[in-house]
Design a binder for this molecule. Structure first.
Ligand code: BGP
Length: 461
């Protein structure tokens, strides 16, 4: 075997409650902002498919966990839905939800699959969004109460906790780029949302530590390293600024306990710094994470600005750099994302050298493909060789990073089974397991799932 991984390496995949559970409004659950947005604007979702049913993990989790076994999982991440556990945002806990999550955790453990639990995957309860979502500090308190409830209920069995998945996505998608509800475009409000999210994260970490549970707590960040068009000083400076905005803005406070100085200076100069309360910076400083999850899909390519914005234009990060489309780049045409495998290694070396080599794992990596049914073979399963190749090529770089001392503990694919992907709904399929929407959500393991089992058994390839 050419690429052997360290002992006890985590092989598995990641998913989220809102994208897999379905059973939207039953057993006491109330709306999240996704359910509400879908009820108002179904046309915003691919083929008008909303979050109501998704893959029905709520009812089929036992069958699904068997398929995790069949695909070599020794670990699996999902998220608890706040809107299921505490349907009014604060107050009463929904016992049916407690039962459900207890059963999922127990079933995973009974099958030797380590549960990794995330607390927030873009899914603000609608009642919390109605009072301003992350713009309202009361929502920070409600979130910390929700997080503490989860630690108390499940912390005896769950050893790996994550406060947020990709917390920058709700900032960008909901408050800058008009992609998700509430479709605001306002940098100042985005900065408030970002700061409050980081405070909520730090307070949840603090609450976890107070309970003295045996376990680790961290956060999952989507890291998109920035590469300059050229080695020219201006291009490099532009890439550096993009990196500060899109990576260091969250990575530095959660690991080093401080915001990047340059980010603060840029925002201060433009009067865009969010209001900061007395103990915010202290709680951030005192609660660095134990473990980092790195979601990696694509790099960001950047060049120096070619035309200046008008002085009166409301600020956007893109006033400081231009995106750059690199000729000849490899691309996944279904998602429009560049595929650059070696970038995963650069992230690992960056964490090793600039972030104290903290323990981390690849918490998402994957390839969404449309129309996979055309690859079905005579035996009835999808032959997704492109996905196997994608994973192998990334893993070669992960292996190199580990050989060179990066503290990487595992690799999780996005995702276990085809699932509902926000506004893209079921357009692109990412799973090791096919979910046939035309055939009662029938699950069939794809070729990649079969291959992944061997990979995990051999701990390498
Ligand atoms: C990540 C999210 C996942 C998942 C994945 C694939 O950013 O954490 O929830 O959706 O991306 O992206 P998409 O579904 O947009 O194709």
């Amino acid at each position: 075997m050419k690429y052997l991984f360290p002992e006890k390496f985590w092989w598995g995949s990641a998913a989220s409650g809102p994208q897999t559970e379905g059973a939207a409004m039953i057993d006491g659950r109330k709306e999240s902002m996704w359910d509400f947005w879908y009820s108002q604007n179904p046309e915003c979702f691919h083929h008008g498919v909303g979050p109501t049913h998704t893959s029905d993990f709520y009812h089929r989790f036992k069958e699904d966990i068997q398929l995790m076994k069949e695909t070599g999982h020794n670990s699996f991440r999902t998220s608890i839905q706040w809107s299921r556990l505490i349907p009014n945002g604060t107050g009463e806990v929904n016992e049916k939800a407690v039962d459900f999550y207890n059963q999922v955790i127990d079933e995973l453990l009974a099958n030797d699959i380590e549960p990794f639990i995330n607390l927030y995957h873009f899914d603000m309860p609608m009642c919390m969004q109605e009072i301003g979502g992350w713009e309202n500090r009361n929502v920070i308190d409600a979130y910390v109460n929700y997080a503490t409830t989860c630690f108390r209920l499940f912390g005896g069995r769950v050893k790996y906790w994550f406060t947020f998945n990709e917390p920058i996505v709700p900032v960008e998608a909901s408050y800058l780029y008009d992609l998700h509800y509430p479709n605001v475009i306002d940098f100042k409000r985005a900065a408030i949302v970002a700061h409050h999210t980081i405070v909520a994260h730090a307070k949840a970490v603090e609450a976890f530590r107070k309970l003295e549970l045996a376990g680790k707590i961290g956060i999952i960040l989507n890291l998109t390293p920035s590469y300059p068009r050229s080695e020219d000083k201006e291009d490099r400076a532009a890439a550096h600024i993009a990196d500060v905005f899109f990576n260091r803005s969250f990575l530095d406070p959660v690991t080093k306990g401080v915001y990047p100085r340059e980010l603060v200076e840029i925002l201060q100069a433009r009067e865009l710094l969010p209001p900061v309360e007395a103990d915010d910076l202290e709680v951030i400083r005192n609660n660095p994470i134990d473990i980092l999850g790195v979601n990696y899909y694509q790099p960001r390519r950047v060049k120096a600005k070619e035309t200046q914005e008008s002085e009166n234009a409301p600020f956007m990060p893109e006033h400081l750099f231009d995106p750059y489309i690199m000729p000849g780049r490899k691309i996944n045409p279904h998602r429009g994302w560049e595929i650059a495998e070696e970038v995963i290694y650069d992230i690992m070396i960056d964490i090793r050298d600039n972030y104290d080599n903290i323990p981390f794992f690849i918490s998402e990596n994957g390839m969404g493909v449309e129309g996979e049914e055309k690859f079905r073979n005579d035996a009835g399963y999808i032959e997704d060789d492109y996905r196997i190749e994608f994973v192998r090529e990334h893993l070669q770089w992960v292996h190199k990073g580990i050989q060179e001392g990066a503290n990487c503990l595992g690799y999780h694919m996005w995702t276990f089974m085809d699932n509902w992907s926000w506004t893209n709904a079921y357009k692109n399929r990412y799973g090791f397991v096919e979910v046939d929407l035309k055939n009662s959500l029938k699950r069939t393991v794809k070729k990649s799932g079969r291959w992944y089992k061997q990979l995990a058994e051999n701990n390498g390839f």
